[in-house]
Design a protein around this ligand. Sequence first.
Ligand code: C2E
Ligand code: MG
Ligand code: MG
Length: 428
Amino acid sequence: MYDILTGLLTRSEFHEEARKIILSGENGLALVWFNLDNFKMFNNRFGFDTGDEVLKQISDVLSNVFSGENNLVARFSDDNFVVLTDWLVVELKVDTIQTFLSTLLENAILRLRAGIYFPSDYEDIRASCDKAKIACDSIRKNHSVKSCMFHDGMKKELALQQYILDNLDNAIKNGNIKILYQPIMALSNMKICDTEALARWNDPELGLISPGEFIPTLEKYREIHKLDIYAMRNVCEDLKFRAENNIPVYPVSINLSRLDFELCDIINEIEFSVELNKISRKMLKIEITESTNGEDLDVLNLGIEKLRTLGYEVWLDDFGAGYSSLNVLKDYNFDVIKFDMKFLHNFDIAKSEKAKYIITSNLSMARLMGMQALAEGVETFEQLVYLKSIGFDKAQGYYFGKPMELEKIFGGPTWTRTKNHPVMSRGL
Ligand code: C2E
Ligand code: MG
Ligand code: MG
């Protein structure tokens, strides 16, 4: 059986053939997993026919470069290609292919990533392929690296990912994931105007697991909506509790993943919780990060517009952290732009004229588009003075306070949740 589009081996055919070659005692073999970055976005932009053409071109190149005895080339799915070849020149060949493709796809924002693993005859071929894939995935976010060898440290990462996936439901049920709040200041009067809800996973076995670990894993395995619904419900309940007890409180911004708009009816979930807890829509702000990994952009755009029509403010999180910032601003409407902390941390504002130009011109752009500007990651008095002097509306950062329990910010009694239900999406 061959892949219909490219004529390459299919996954099962490849497994069978590769198993034979490896078991024949052939030494010095390498498995290479190739994946195209941004392919989904490419398809959306240029159409599926052009996308198919690219896949065919890639398969031709791979077949030419990896030809001869003990070489196998397969397309496992979509834009995932796998090769078995001689390890001796594997890196050189991967380099050659990437150079060739960069000329072929000159105007496209595509990148072919490669993960390399040296298989052994005592290991199952599927496990070997998984390791090549793990190596390939490990450089997904590192755009300056094109290929990577599998190493044992990656196994630990894999084990942690598995733990996160296996334990998410229980962590939610047992209240091991808590929501902390970080104050956001209005620079006009230096008073708290909002807070941001941030999830903390304190695991009985592993201790604190950082959001930097569990959020990407939950996104990768499309489970992130469970966390986001849970966090949103907690926030609504906290707001209700404080309103009922006449304790001061300010609006809360919650972080949504772009995937939430595909994985569940997130707006329906929010609306239900807001009504159930009788809180005003003005009390919830919705943060969405600018990073784009080829999600369904139409679904996202409709979602943002619907939220805004319903009366929720939508904030663009981490502006400036990725490479798509300006396009994101062009394509969607936001009420507030949160300038990523890299704006402050990468340059020494006091000394760098260039840094000032970058910040002030982005700020005036936000103004021209009718958006408010919030600076993240403010850590020093000097940064605060500077941001206020150029006209930022809001600021957030360790200088004002780290994420903490709500009652630590506003006082009032602690409310201990007595029961946490597993998150069932209401639409499912
Ligand atoms: P974010 O939304 O950009 O949140 C700000 C992050 O910066 C938080 O990290 C916060 O603790 C940290 N931070 C705030 N002020 C400062 C500062 O002055 N200096 C430095 N160095 N860091 C500061 P945290 O809590 O580790 O969260 C990381 C990211 O995880 C968040 O970035 C957000 O994107 C994501 N996240 C957290 N909770 C959730 C959630 O419930 N759902 C989703 N989808 N994402 C979440
Ligand atoms: Mg945020
Ligand atoms: Mg942020």
